[in-house]
Design a protein around this ligand. Structure first.
Ligand SMILES: [Zn+2]
Ligand SMILES: [Zn+2]
Length: 266
C-alpha cells in the first residue's frame, strides 16, 4: 500500500446516483485501506421536483442513504464520517435544502456544484459537447450565485466549464476571475476535483489537457486570497483516492492554501 498523500476526502458518491457503484460500507472499507481518516458522503441530492433525476437518487432513497451512513459510523469507528449531499443552486429548491435536508434529515454538509445550464429553452450538460461564450456566461452567473448563497461548504470543480468551453481565451479568463473574486469575497472554499483526471484528456486549441482540473484556472487562483480542498469525487469504491495526488500537485505548484475543513464544519 502506498502512503496516502492526504487523509481526507470530502466528496464521494454511491450507486444511488445511477452513474456510480457501491454503497456506504464499500467506500468506508476502501477509505480505511487507503489511509483515509475523514470521509464525507456527498451523493447527488434528490429534489422534490425530480430535476435531472437520471443522475441523482430518488427522494424515497434518502432515508436509506442516511440510515446506511448512521450504520457505518457504528461499523467503522476508526473513520470520521460526514453526512452530506451535492446540490445545484436553484432558487426553487433552496427551502428544501435548508428545511428538509439540513432541518429534517440532519444533513451536515452541502456541496455546491453546477452540472447543467439552462440553454436555448432547455438544459445542457457540461461534460458533453462544447458550449459557446454565452453559455459560459450563464455558468459563471450560476457559479457566483452558488458561492454567494453561503449555503455550501465548498464549491465543487469550479473549473468544470473547461470541459465544455475549451479555449483559454479572454472569456475563460474573465469567467475564472469572476468566480475566484466571488469565492474570495464570500470566503467559500473551492475544490480541486480528481474525477476530471480520471476522465482522460481532451483536445483543445492549446493542446491536450484534462477536462478539469484546468491548470490555468488554478494558476490564476494563486492571485486570490482563497482556500482549496482536494477531493476525488469518486463514483467507484476502488477509485477512492483517484486523481487526488494530481490535484494536490496543482495546489502545491501554485502555492494554494488547503482549507481546514474540519474546523470550518465545526
Ligand atoms: Zn456524479
Ligand atoms: Zn460529485
Amino acid at each position: 500500500m502506498e502512503l496516502p498523500m492526504i487523509n481526507t476526502n470530502y466528496h464521494t458518491h454511491t450507486y444511488r446516483c445511477k452513474h456510480g457503484e457501491g454503497d456506504i460500507a464499500d467506500y468506508c472499507r476502501a477509505a480505511i485501506d487507503n489511509g483515509i481518516k475523514i470521509i464525507a458522503f456527498t451523493d447527488h441530492t434528490p429534489t422534490p421536483d425530480n430535476w435531472h433525476n437520471e443522475v441523482r437518487m430518488n427522494l424515497d432513497e434518502l432515508d436509506g442513504y442516511c440510515a446506511n451512513i448512521d450504520q457505518a459510523r457504528i461499523d467503522f469507528p476508526e473513520l470520521t464520517i460526514i453526512k452530506g449531499l451535492e446540490c445545484e443552486y436553484r432558487t426553487e429548491v433552496l427551502d428544501f435544502y435548508r428545511d428538509t435536508l439540513i432541518g429534517e434529515y440532519g444533513i451536515e454538509m452541502l456541496v455546491g456544484a453546477v452540472h447543467f445550464l439552462p440553454y436555448k429553452g432547455g438544459s445542457t450538460g457540461l461534460l458533453g459537447k462544447p458550449i459557446p461564450a454565452e453559455a459560459l456566461e450563464t455558468y459563471t452567473q450560476i457559479a457566483i450565485d452558488t458561492i454567494n448563497s453561503k449555503l455550501f461548504s465548498f464549491f465543487a470543480h469550479p473549473d468544470v466549464f473547461a470541459s465544455a468551453y475549451r479555449s483559454w481565451d479572454e472569456n475563460a479568463i474573465n469567467a475564472s476571475r469572476k468566480i475566484l473574486s466571488a469565492a474570495q469575497e464570500a470566503d467559500t472554499v473551492l475544490e480541486i476535483n480528481g474525477y476530471g483526471v480520471l476522465k482522460g484528456e481532451i483536445d483543445t486549441p492549446e493542446g491536450l489537457r484534462w477536462r478539469y482540473p484546468l491548470e490555468n484556472f488554478w494558476k490564476l487562483a494563486s492571485e486570490y486570497d482563497i482556500e482549496v480542498v482536494v477531493n476525488s469525487d469518486t463514483h467507484y469504491p476502488e477509485k477512492i483516492t483517484g486523481g487526488m495526488q494530481e490535484c494536490l500537485d496543482i495546489a502545491h505548484k501554485y502555492g494554494l492554501k488547503l482549507a481546514d475543513m474540519q474546523a470550518r464544519l465545526g
